[in-house]
Design a protein around this ligand. Sequence first.
Ligand SMILES: [Zn+2]
Length: 235
Amino acid sequence: MDQTLTKEVFKENPYIIKCDSLIVNVKDNWLQLDQTIFYAEGGGQLGDTGFIKTKDREIEIINTIRDGKLIKHITNGDIDLNINDKVECVIDWDRRYRLMKMHTCLHLLCSLVKAQVTGGSVTDYKGRLDFNLDYKPNKEEVKNNLNELIQGNHAVTDSWISDTELDKNPDLVRTMSVAPPRGAGKIRMVKIGDNIDYQPCGGTHVKNTSEIGLVEITKVENKGKLNKRIVVSLA
Ligand SMILES: [Zn+2]
């Protein structure tokens, strides 16, 4: 099996919606590309969907997953394409943009609730975080504070630190259930504003919090004595 690593174009620029790629591996209902704009499911964020286009047809991609070091673009059935075929990737941008908004929104939520995150997910229109917390945060208050942060026009930027730097600062890891995106000795850090939020993350984010638009707190749930779940939805 070809173990060539796929270049993840979205890591440098998550706003690219089309790119030209070369098939480096194809088997049954999945294919691997030399470079891709499809985000592979991970870190709580859903994988991208969209199309792979050839000169004469379009193949629907129903999910993108990570299998070890491989990024697999999954289709509905067997793929009639060959290694070295040139294709064009087109992601379902509307859906991905909603996932970007929600992911950034959850980092803001994380900054508002001073507790360890024990779980979370970024899905279409909706997201949730579980906190290790012994009281139930006030729904209205969380909603108002979250929308205030969103409307604060804060820049979202990323940078890299070394594995050793992260190991020296374990407090930077806010989410216990998601391992930091390690690889090649460096970790990607996502920062919001000057000091609103700063944590390891391999997900896709909007450039500015104002892009998120207004959000609702759908639920604040008691999931156990020390587990409170906050569910957010895009307005
Ligand atoms: Zn994240």
